[in-house]
Design a binder for this molecule. Structure first.
Ligand code: G3I
Length: 371
């Protein structure tokens, strides 16, 4: 049903700028970034099928990430049966609008078909079988999109949140062993030698995960494995007032390891939170939903200041942060309306539910220096 929706509503590709009330005449994020770094957003196939969203996205950003459509569960639900049609629409859309595309993601413990690393009994596959499945997936997917994406989130969220554990005990690790990460990078490089390769995770602006990330980068480099950038998801929380300082320190620490930094999934949660991060295993049943009738202006302003500080940090180190991608464009379709508590009303992005730019949009434009 979704594929049909996409196939009919995405084509023909619309001209940029039609029928959009926002953004204001003062310019776009893409113009304001002035090539100093790529500015991007995640969008779903359903989002691209909405002409108003498609126009906004094409006007505002340099680079897109498909929110779900390049994940293993979307591309290879059944062994050997690759379904590229929906993902291919992102290639067509970005090409038609002179945009770049990032592939998200080749290897993740979530949104992956269980058979990749587990047998019918749920037990880990033998190492050689797991490696064979990982290689087959990456060969086919990175091969199919060779030359069509600028880079891959090769492995996503493989570092443990637990203080004393280095790597998350993912199905891939249980089948193959710790080196499944290095092998995934090698397979990706072989399948698409010109693509950039990223390790992507949440909460890696925080010191504990930062240290483990540095360990992983060093480990990959010591093995001669190509890694171009650390992807910092940056699912940040407005009430976490030190987050930007930790981000600043962590960008410096990654740069010192000789890798670039991409901010890959930026949003700023304004609702009350018990936990941190983006661990999708951490869903909560209940939680306050204080802004269901609208975002109070003072909260919108606080969020604008938060975003402004973040972009000041990005601009501090030219050439280090090479991309900032928002995880969505407008508040109404953000994953944060359903995480960590289902069915709340959140406001994490730069455009509101009517596609009107919020104070945070103006604040980011001011920091970037309007075109
Ligand atoms: O496709 C089905 C649809 O058929 C069904 O009707 C509907 C009912 O709930 O579910 C749909 O699947 C949902 C899917 O998004 C597509 O909309 C899943 O339930 C939902 O869990 C899934 O959520 C995605 C989540 O990753 C899954 O892990 C979010 O959209 C997506 O924003 C989110 O993105 C992740 C990044 O990939 C990695 N970093 C964290 C980030 C936020 O969790």
């Amino acid at each position: 049903m979704l594929a049909a929706l996409v196939a009919t509503s995405l084509g023909p590709i619309r001209a940029v700028g039609q029928a959009v009330e926002s953004p204001p005449a003062s310019g776009t994020l893409r113009q304001a970034a002035k090539g100093r770094f790529l500015i991007g957003a995640a969008v779903s196939a359903r989002g691209l099928a909405d002409p108003r969203v498609a126009d906004l996205v094409a006007a505002q950003y340099d680079v897109l990430t498909a929110e779900n459509e390049f994940k293993p569960a979307s591309l290879q639900r059944q062994p050997g049966r690759f379904e590229f049609a929906t993902a291919d629409r992102f290639v067509e859309f970005t090409r038609a609008h002179g945009m770049k595309l990032v592939g998200h993601t080749l290897c993740w413990h979530s949104q992956s078909p269980p058979w990749i690393f587990r047998g019918p009994d749920g037990k880990p596959l033998a190492r050689e079988e797991g490696l064979k499945n990982l290689k087959a997936h990456i060969d086919a997917v990175a091969g199919h999109f060779r030359g069509k994406v600028v880079g891959w989130d090769v492995v996503n969220e493989a570092i443990s949140d637990a203080k004393d554990e280095y790597l998350r005990k993912t199905p891939g690790l249980r089948s193959i062993g710790d080196d499944y990460i290095a092998r995934a990078f090698e397979f990706a490089h072989a399948a698409d030698p010109d693509a950039e390769l990223y390790y992507n995770d949440y909460s890696n602006e925080n010191p504990v995960k930062r240290e483990k990330t540095i360990r992983l980068v060093r480990d990959l480099k010591a093995k001669g494995v190509r890694i171009d950038a650390v992807g910092m998801q940056c699912h940040l929380i407005l009430s976490d007032s030190n987050a930007i300082d930790r981000l600043d320190e962590s960008i410096a620490a990654y740069a010192a390891e000789g890798v670039k930094v991409a901010i890959t999934e930026l949003d700023v949660d304004v609702l009350p939170r018990r936990g941190r991060g983006a661990d999708i295993g951490a869903l909560e049943k209940d939680g306050a939903n204080p802004y269901k009738d609208g975002l109070p202006p003072e909260v919108a302003e606080a969020q604008a200041r938060f975003y402004a500080r973040l972009f000041q940090v990005v601009l501090k180190r030219p050439g280090v942060v090479n991309r900032v991608t928002f995880w969505g464009t407008q508040d109404g379709t953000s994953w944060l309306n359903n995480f960590p508590v289902p069915r709340r009303t959140n406001y994490p992005l730069l455009w509101d539910r009517a596609l009107k730019p919020k104070p945070a949009f103006a604040a980011v434009m001011d920091v970037l220096g309007r075109p």
